[in-house]
Design a protein around this ligand. Structure first.
Ligand code: ACO
Length: 325
């Protein structure tokens, strides 16, 4: 039976110019390259300049994805921006990216699921496209976490970076099998009881300030490795595929140890794991599209490959999507 699939037709990303190594950070924060690399795998991160915002980074990434797809603003009727660091409380960053790209039709909105935002965005866009509610969607993950970090808290400020990535999804008819190109399935979860483990201590409705990121690192680590594999198992079961069928595992890039422990637990070979956390740090909702774009541009991910994306973020929120590229 034929089925509308959300097929990836373009991919793009953008990083700020300023690259900050661990050694440079150690000049102002009581830390060391050794500690950061050993605990997280991070070697450097990119930080936004004063005149760069989430929407300017997101616009550059989205334009690159449009160019990669050979499409223009007139072709897009849905823009979803996954971010926890919007330029303003409102209007949404998605509408600012929409305007900057010259898109004047369709709908645009932000989606807040912290580091799981891009997976939530892909899943949401797929609902629009597979039901015929939209034809082509830009799904953007864009963040400026440097603006919500407490630069005096060495337990968090060394972990994050800024950046943006985007894909273009297009509704195309498939056969309804796992051989189709497109988003084959997605699985989302959340459990707000875990709020205290990862949160920002401010906001318009509480303190009236932006606030700073706070994290119980060990507990996040334990949950990330111990519990989030359920959504990946869901995705395999829904499509009748297994870890052996995967070409690429592209998880949220928070920490090399979390990524490798999750892959091992799922029986995913280490050489199928796309790792960019060493170069980008944790860019929250931007980390997966940045990693996807890196692996597309260097020739690893090719048309027809089976790609699993997976993430966990504050809330907790977590999810996975299986995509035939
Ligand atoms: N540099 C040097 N020393 C540090 C630093 C630092 N940047 N940060 C903490 N330390 C010290 C601590 O003070 C502590 O010292 P003490 O023993 O004298 O008290 C020691 O290092 C060990 O600290 P722990 O917090 O126990 O270190 P741990 O091994 O748990 O590693 C880390 C911390 C890297 C944060 C780890 O818990 C982790 O990776 N957690 C997952 C969190 C994560 O990745 N979050 C990303 C956001 S969430 C998401 O994206 C899903």
């Amino acid at each position: 039976m034929t089925k509308l699939r959300s097929v990836v037709v373009g991919c793009g990303s953008h990083l700020p110019a300023r690259c900050v190594t661990n050694a440079t950070l150690a000049e102002t924060v009581d830390t060391s390259d050794d500690w950061i690399v050993q605990r997280t795998g991070i070697r450097q991160r990119y930080l936004a300049a004063a005149d760069e915002t989430t929407s300017t980074l997101g616009t550059r990434a989205a334009q690159a994805a449009l160019d990669d797809a050979g499409l223009t603003a007139d072709d897009i009727d849905l823009v979803i921006c996954a971010t926890s660091t919007p330029d303003h409380t409102f209007p949404s960053t998605a509408t600012q990216i929409q305007a900057a790209l010259g898109i004047h039709q369709g709908a645009a909105f932000d989606l807040q699921a912290v580091c799981a935002g891009f997976v939530y965005g892909v899943s949401t866009a797929d609902k629009f496209l597979s039901t015929g509610s939209a034809k082509r969607a830009l799904v953007v993950g864009a963040e400026t976490f440097s603006r919500i970090l407490d630069w005096e808290d060495r337990t968090t400020c060394v972990l994050f970076g800024d950046g943006a990535g985007a894909i273009v999804l297009e509704a195309r008819e498939g056969e309804g099998t796992s051989a189709d190109r497109g988003v084959l399935t997605s699985s989302l979860r959340s459990d707000g009881r875990h709020r205290e483990k990862l949160y920002v201590d401010g906001g318009p409705g509480s303190t009236g300030t932006t606030g700073h990121l706070r994290m119980a690192g060990k507990e996040v680590f334990r949950f990330a490795v111990g519990s989030v594999t359920d959504v990946i198992v869901d995705a395999f079961e829904a499509t009748g595929t297994t870890a052996d069928d995967l070409n690429w595992f592209v998880p949220h890039q928070a920490n090399r140890r979390i990524i490798e422990a999750s892959a091992d637990k799922l029986g995913i070979a280490r050489d199928k794991v796309v790792l960019t956390v060493d170069r980008h740090g944790n860019t929250s909702a931007a980390s997966i599209p940045l990693a996807l774009d890196a692996a597309c541009k260097d020739g690893r991910i090719r048309k027809g490959d089976l790609v699993m994306i997976e993430a966990i973020g504050g809330g907790f929120t977590w999810g996975a999507a299986l995509i035939r590229w």
